[in-house]
Design a binder for this molecule. Structure first.
Ligand code: UD1
Length: 423
């Protein structure tokens, strides 16, 4: 199992370019199942999760090829309807094939994803969404089995009691081919959902209210193959931006969408960073960062739960007491115990972490517990004095393209080393 060996502390400088957004490309790849033919998705990051989604599509009969950062997905012979446990258990987002399969093939059999490192993560809203279109949904042997009613899916109204990125995208993909009108209320409006909706419209879907919490879908007979360029990864961009205050560095993060980073930039400003914001870059100066922060995660455009762990890493070295509350995933705090191993002072109080800034962190062996927690440990490891060994970095390979190379190019001393084989 690979690990990262980090020598800290270091100062970063120079510029780094962000890759395409993992959370945008996964639903786009699933949406290629809505049509037969050749879809092209550009600016696709090469990640463990995009490879897993490619395997899911191949299992369903699609042909997937990568050339550079373009994925070509040919669904001409994609007649399968089964997404097996072996794949779904490695990536929850495999559930994105549920809506497209149900709508385009009439039936879907998708393994239930199970829990994850930070809680039970239910899929009830995905299932309820399919039912509002008339689908018959049953759970059999650990699988979700969803079928169209005789006569096909019909438009329906869904008022999401919780804003859900995944359930909104899944229902949207099913509703575009349902007969009649569907209204999705309290829909998620994360940029990744907006990108999916726009790509579907380009391919012939009729969707109104894109970018708002009410999406109105008029079903169409067919969707054409997709041709789309994935938006920049706002979480990867945010992760590099948080490196500036924790390492008191100045750097330029390029190829991003500043309008997707509003809440992150507000927090970085609050702790004392200054910026120059361009059309597709942010130059950040974190050398004077010292003020504690108060952060509450919320659905977009609020502060992203996917930036919570990295922000906590920054808070460990700010002056005074920072409070970081996660309202999206109240148990998403597995990184706390690992940050404490580096010398951080953090107390958990319900779904809030109370972080008392310390003078310095010191290197130690730590264990990555999930994707964003891994990013937080890398940032803290870069700031810590001495050697930090981050184990289980397969988590980070799920969602960050070549993070060690990008950080090393900025001046970080980080290398990938082979660990002992998995027991
Ligand atoms: C997506 C992102 C993930 C991010 C999360 C929140 C992808 C592949 N993953 O995950 O990185 O952390 O959004 O921004 O895009 N919920 C239910 N029932 C459901 C579905 C969700 O109760 O059926 C709840 C969840 O427990 C959570 C909240 O809704 O409290 C938001 O989760 P959701 O937006 O669905 O997260 P994902 O789409 O799984």
């Amino acid at each position: 199992m690979d690990r990262f060996l980090i020598h800290g502390p270091c100062t970063l400088s120079g510029s780094v370019r962000v890759s395409g957004a993992k959370n945008a490309v996964l639903p786009l790849m699933a949406a290629t199942l809505l049509s037969r033919g050749v879809s092209r998705i550009h600016n696709v990051p090469d990640l463990r999760d995009t490879r897993t989604m490619a395997k899911v599509l191949e299992t369903l009969g699609a042909e997937v090829h990568r050339e550079g950062s373009t994925l070509t997905i040919d669904t001409t012979a994609a007649d399968g309807v089964d997404a097996p446990y072996e794949l779904v258990k490695t990536m929850r987002a495999s559930i994105y094939v549920l809506g497209p399969l149900l709508a385009a093939k009439g039936k879907a059999r998708v393994s239930l994803p199970g829990g994850c490192a930070w809680g039970p993560r239910p899929v009830d809203l995905h299932l309820k969404g399919m039912e509002t279109l008339g689908a018959v949904v049953e759970l059999e042997g650990g699988y979700i089995v969803a079928r169209q009613p005789s006569g096909g899916l019909t438009g329906g109204d869904m008022d999401f009691e919780t804003s859900s990125v995944g359930a909104t995208a899944n229902l949207l993909m099913a509703a575009v081919l349902a007969r009649g009108t569907s209204v999705l209320e309290n829909a998620a409006r994360e940029p990744e959902v907006t990108q999916l909706a726009e790509a579907l419209v380009d391919a012939g879907a009729k969707i109104e209210g894109i970018g708002t919490t009410t999406l109105t879908v008029e079903g169409v007979e067919e969707i054409r193959p997709l041709e789309v360029t994935v938006i920049p990864d706002r979480i990867e961009a945010g992760t590099f931006l948080t490196a500036a205050p924790i390492l008191h560095s100045k750097l330029k993060v390029e190829g991003l969408r500043p309008d997707h980073l509003g809440a992150t930039l507000e927090v970085l400003e609050a702790c004392g960073c200054s910026f120059q914001v361009g059309e597709d870059f942010v130059e950040i100066d974190g050398s004077a960062a010292s003020a504690p922060v108060n952060v509450v995660t919320r659905p977009y455009p609020g502060f992203a739960t996917d930036m919570q762990a990295q922000t906590m890493a920054v808070a460990t070295l700010l002056d005074g007491i920072s409070v970081i509350t996660d309202t999206i995933y109240p148990d998403r705090f597995t990184h706390v115990a690992e940050l404490r191993r580096l010398g951080a002072q953090i107390r958990l109080d319900g779904n809030s972490a109370v972080v008392t800034g310390v003078e310095r962190l010191s290197g130690a062996p730590v264990m990555a517990t999930d994707l964003r927690a891994s990013a937080a440990l890398i940032l803290a490891g870069l700031a810590a004095h001495g050697e930090t060994l981050v184990d289980r970095i397969y988590h980070i390979d799920r969602g960050y393209e070549q993070i060690e190379r990008k950080l090393a190019a900025l001046g970080a001393r980080i290398e990938r080393v082979e660990g002992p084989p998995t027991p």
